[in-house]
Design a protein around this ligand. Sequence first.
Ligand SMILES: [Zn+2]
Ligand SMILES: [Zn+2]
Ligand SMILES: [Zn+2]
Ligand SMILES: [Zn+2]
Length: 220
Amino acid sequence: MAGTTTKGICYFCGKSITKSTAKKHLATHEYAEADKQECMLLKIEAPYEKDYWLYADISMTSTLKTLDTFLRDIWLECCGHMSAFYWSNYEEMSFSTKISSIPVGKALSYEYDFGSSTDLKITFMGTYYRKKQRTAVQLLARNDAPEYKCVSCGKPAQQICIDCMWNEEYGFYCNECIDAHQEESAHECILPVVNSPRMGVCGYEGDNGKFDFKAKRIIY
Ligand SMILES: [Zn+2]
Ligand SMILES: [Zn+2]
Ligand SMILES: [Zn+2]
Ligand SMILES: [Zn+2]
């Protein structure tokens, strides 16, 4: 499923950035001096679905369990599957592992759902101080949603026919054309187009807009 963009948005200022310029750009934002809290900058990528990436920071005192919850909330959760972090190929880590115990430069592998799995790579980019906040994880930047065209009319697609995908056919349809397609093909399994590497997998339906960029978040 090749998308159309690797661009994304900075959640501090709303500027358009790319995965490769994100770290440099994020560093231009001033972090709080007073009332500060040490945190780790994370780059989160889907190694097989390159359009999808995130930058986030997490407090040093948090654990992998907290990071797991964030990943589920923004990208993954469909029906409560198991997940795991890996230090190296098959060396699974404890969910109680503290962020502070993982060295800068380390890249962990992560797997959600051991059946129809979604694999992620999480790189520990560096530490800095941010303003104290109640939530452990702060979303800093996110890829723009790749756009897919409806196979019938060419307009932006909102639905995926999973039966078509299983048949290795391009299964993207807009809201207007999906009903006709289902009627003529007797295809039943439909999932929404969402901004996640888990799009179209199992019953994944997206984050309900919980992590959409809102201009008011500029006041950080
Ligand atoms: Zn910015
Ligand atoms: Zn599921
Ligand atoms: Zn259409
Ligand atoms: Zn179909």
